[in-house]
Design a protein around this ligand. Structure first.
Ligand code: UDX
Length: 484
């Protein structure tokens, strides 16, 4: 199959490379000519496992890059739209990039094409896309539109594409259904997985990728509802963690108990400083706005966002209560990315928290294995410095804060850490350690939804089951640690 992928950002590039990997002829398009030139040289602009080797494998073969939408559309049977759908000021998705791309696609349709929306968009976007294509000169008998949402997580996007939990095809006519089934056939038949060069699946896989056929509108709803549900799961468990903390229970034990109910499941039940990234915060707000436009008050989604924002403020308050005052304090910070395995800092809770700490007069020395170059563009303060590794970040600090769940932060040499810190205090927003283990290493350990770990000789100054004070009106009013 000949495929055009319009937009070579995160979703577009991963999709283009993976479509080539499963045997299709692909043209990946972007209007940023510098990006296209870099990709043509084999340079990958994002931090994503397997992407460099797959780009290398198919570049100059089944995979080409171009700046021309018209050329890519003319040379393809299927055209995927993967441009950004950022949040507008009102919280709705801004679809102006999709619309701009549609104008150009319309004038290049001279033979049968399927135009597929892959970016996350509000329900009914396919309908608007079809109208826009018609109004801009696409002959009505020569094209169809369909929805095929992506479910790619940053850091595992390539394996998420090749080994999906499900492929959702939202199509309202037989031509679209047949074309999309043919595109995904190497995955749905399992043929791809038998090839010797196939990218290995990290865990267990059942041999064939399931494909779910729906209408276009249902597919659009599936995407928004899935992301909103996952975000809700995180906010729910964070709210339970706050209760757990107040009564001296242990959220990890609570999660093990909740998660072993097969109707709930153990995934996405890690309490922490909340979700971030380019999808969840934006998609929850956009879905809320979609509901409002339909005349439905989906208040639950407002709560999901509110709890998520509050989680950051509570963490800053926790730092304040552990150190008394923050002005002039030196804080080591581990983590900038919104989660592990990525250099992405968009809506990262870590960034919001660091900004709040700097605002309160603290000195911050931060380390992240991948996200420092991006953070340098986003954060600026003469009280902020960058460390070479975790121990360098901790050196001579009043406390060490853990803000991203990078695996390497979960296996620190604790005796060395204790020697380096001025005060033996670790405040962990990702629950990477057992409180008792930290306490045995002589470190006062604060985490989320669990009692503080306190070394015996310091029990006089910290009560392990000390109740956290509720977040005060002042915390809300100041807006400290709100999303960056
Ligand atoms: C998400 C969706 O998972 C993906 O299907 C969609 O297409 C794009 O958005 P991604 O943004 O890459 O993917 O991140 P994900 O791995 O889902 O994590 C989102 C955020 O939630 C991170 O900030 C992470 O730290 C946080 N999180 C996740 C928790 O706080 N607790 C958890 O239990 C899980």
């Amino acid at each position: 199959m000949r495929i055009a992928v319009i937009g070579s950002g995160y979703v577009g590039l991963v999709s283009a490379v993976c479509f080539s990997e499963i045997g299709h002829e692909v043209i990946s398009v972007d209007n940023d000519s510098a990006k296209i030139a870099a990709l043509e040289r084999g340079e990958v602009p994002i931090h994503e496992r397997f992407l460099p080797e797959l780009l290398q494998r198919h570049l100059g073969g089944r995979l080409r890059f171009s700046s021309s939408i018209a050329q890519a559309v003319q040379e393809s049977d299927a055209v995927f739209i993967t441009v950004g759908t950022p949040q507008s000021e009102t919280g709705e998705a801004d679809l102006s990039f999709v619309e701009a791309v549609a104008y150009e696609i319309a004038s290049a349709i001279h033979s049968p094409k399927l135009v597929i929306e892959k970016s996350t968009v509000p329900v009914s976007t396919c309908e608007s896309l079809r109208k826009t294509l018609l109004l801009n000169g696409a002959p009505s008998g020569l094209f169809s539109v369909a929805s095929n949402p992506e479910f790619l997580r940053e850091g595992t996007a390539v394996t998420d594409f090749l080994y999906p939990d499900r492929i959702v095809v939202g199509a309202d006519d037989q031509f679209s259904v047949a074309l999309l089934q043919a595109i995904y056939q190497p995955l749905t038949s399992g043929d791809y997985y038998t090839q010797s060069h196939a990218i290995p699946h990290p865990g267990q896989f059942h041999g064939k990728a399931p494909l779910i056929l729906t209408t276009a509108k249902s597919a659009e709803l599936i995407k928004h509802a899935s992301n909103a549900f996952l975000a809700m799961k995180i906010s729910f468990i964070n709210a339970v963690a706050n209760i757990s903390e107040a009564v001296g229970a242990d959220i990890q034990q609570v999660c093990a108990g909740i998660g072993s109910d097969s109707r709930i499941g153990p995934k996405f039940l890690n309490a922490g400083i909340g979700y971030g990234g380019s999808c969840f915060p934006k998609d929850v707000r956009a879905f809320h706005a979609v509901a409002a436009q339909c005349g439905y008050d989906f208040g639950l989604l407002g709560e999901v966002t509110r709890i998520n924002d509050e989680q950051r403020r509570r963490f800053v308050k926790r730092v304040r209560s552990a150190l008394w005052t923050l002005r002039g304090k030196r804080l080591g910070v581990l983590g900038l990315a919104f989660k592990d395995g990525t250099d992405d800092i968009r809506e990262s809770p870590a960034i919001g928290i660091i900004e709040a700490l700097l605002k309160e007069g603290a000195h911050v020395r931060v380390y992240d294995p991948a996200a420092v170059p991006n953070a340098k563009k986003a954060l600026s303060s003469d009280r902020l410095s960058y460390a070479d590794d975790s121990y360098d970040a901790a050196d001579a600090c009043d406390a060490l804060l853990i803000l991203t769940e990078w695996k390497e932060f979960a296996s620190l040499d604790l005796p060395r850490l204790k020697r380096l810190l001025k005060y033996p205090i670790v405040i962990d927003g990702r629950n990477l350690y057992e409180p008792s283990r930290m306490a045995s290493a002589g470190i006062i350990y604060h985490s989320i939804g669990r009692a503080t770990g306190v070394p015996d000789h310091l029990s006089e100054i910290v009560q392990p089951t000390e109740m956290e004070l509720p977040v005060t009106a002042r915390d809300f009013a100041s807006g400290a640690a709100s999303a960056s």
